[in-house]
Ligand binder design. Structure first.
Ligand code: TRP
Length: 370
């Protein structure tokens, strides 16, 4: 972006807006389940590094979690758990705004308003919606016409709820209500971010205003870190079932690592490394340091490697990273007074910004006092 223009590029790379204020970074995580090592290295650790330089705001997307109809008790527990995990990973509540999405009623109201400018066709074409709609309807083939299935479906037990369809509207509002500059998210969220920009532009052009800016994805200046899973395939992910969770206890973690997928081992010197083994080397690079990985890579090259030894070492070094975090999570998790103080403070600060945006949006749209 802007690669032709050095001044624009410099402004793009700066952590400051032209008026000298810090750029606003916003990201959210759905409250389903626990945080894993991929979340930690891919996102949290970077958030922690940037907390002095940006006006950063992170929230727990519990309204988004509702789109898949979680059990109420599990939803509540997950909100608390993720908040505790954010804090345990080093996010400082005085340097970042941390809040729970549903504590900000302005978001729900602006979601209603924004939906007036969102097409159901574009929502139905969103990849994440199609995936989830297929799941809800029990469609296994890729080519089924979901639209027909949805409209023709008379079976109430298999409905696709409207919240799922309008998920991208809600996400756009999360971002636009802050006028965020940067939204650090993974590749799977790029399409949602593109829709956010589109809805903002559409609003601007419909009302003839220059109100919303276009937020961009952001990698905190570094390369995207890929954290592979333990199943020999691609990246670590909640739905892949290949995760190491920050909350895993010692025994669980060791067991997972010892069971990680490998191969039959090298039989010729300097053989190429298979994907599952390369994944373990990549994890080792992250937690053990290069010397350790080099040692095992050499052993691989001369065929003297024993995967059991590699895994033992890897588990040892993983535990050095995760156990202190786990301990902090356990210390914080049940301290309701502390957690509630933090989200209260986060909600107050967020509502100041959110109320201002909502007031402008209502005014622009013609909802005015008589
Ligand atoms: N959809 C995001 C995810 O599943 C979570 C999310 C909701 C989000 N609102 C957001 C992320 C706003 C960034 C900004 O990961």
């Amino acid at each position: 972006m802007n690669s032709e223009n050095p001044a624009a590029q410099a402004e793009q790379n700066s952590n400051l807006r032209p008026d000298g204020s810090k750029k606003i970074v916003l990201s959210g995580i759905r409250s389903t389940g626990n945080l894993h090592l991929g979340n930690y290295y891919g996102a949290l650790q970077k958030f922690v590094k940037m907390q002095d330089d940006y006006d950063s705001r992170y929230f727990i997307a519990d309204l988004h979690a509702l789109t898949t109809n979680p059990d109420p008790k599990a939803l509540h527990e997950s909100v608390k758990q993720i908040l505790a995990e954010y804090l345990a990973a080093g996010l400082d509540p005085d340097k970042n705004i941390l809040y729970v999405q549903s504590d900000i009623p302005e978001i729900s109201e602006m979601y209603l308003l924004m939906n007036m400018h969102v097409g159901i066709g574009e929502l139905m074409r969103t990849a994440s919606f199609k995936d989830k709609a297929r799941k809800a309807l029990g469609i296994t083939s890729e080519n089924d016409e979901i639209e027909k299935e949805i409209i023709g479906n008379q079976n109430n037990n298999a409905r696709v709820n409207a919240g799922l369809l309008t998920y991208p509207t809600l996400m756009a509002v999360d971002i636009l209500i802050h006028h965020a500059d940067y939204v650090p998210v993974g590749k799977d969220q790029e399409q949602h971010l593109e829709l956010t920009r589109r809805f903002g532009r559409r609003f601007n052009s419909f009302y003839g205003v220059d109100y919303f800016k276009e937020p961009v994805n952001f990698n905190f200046g570094g390369e995207a870190i890929k954290v592979p899973g333990l199943d020999g395939s691609g990246k670590m992910g909640k739905s892949e079932g290949n995760c190491i969770y920050l909350i895993d206890d010692e025994k669980t973690l060791r067991k997972k690592v010892m069971r990680a997928v490998t191969d039959a081992g090298p039989t010729e010197p300097n053989s190429p490394v298979s994907q599952p083994v390369e994944n373990l080397f990549t994890l080792m690079d992250l937690v053990s340091g290069k010397d350790t990985t080099d040692h095992f890579r050499e052993k691989y090259a001369d065929c003297s490697i024993r995967y059991g030894d590699l895994k033992k070492q890897l588990a040892e070094d993983l535990l050095k990273v995760t156990l202190p975090i786990r301990q902090r999570i356990l210390d914080i998790r049940d301290n309701d007074e502390y957690l509630s103080k933090i989200v209260k403070q986060g909600a107050e600060r967020t509502r100041e910004y959110a109320a201002k945006t909502l007031k402008d949006v209502r005014e622009i749209m013609g909802i005015r006092k008589i």
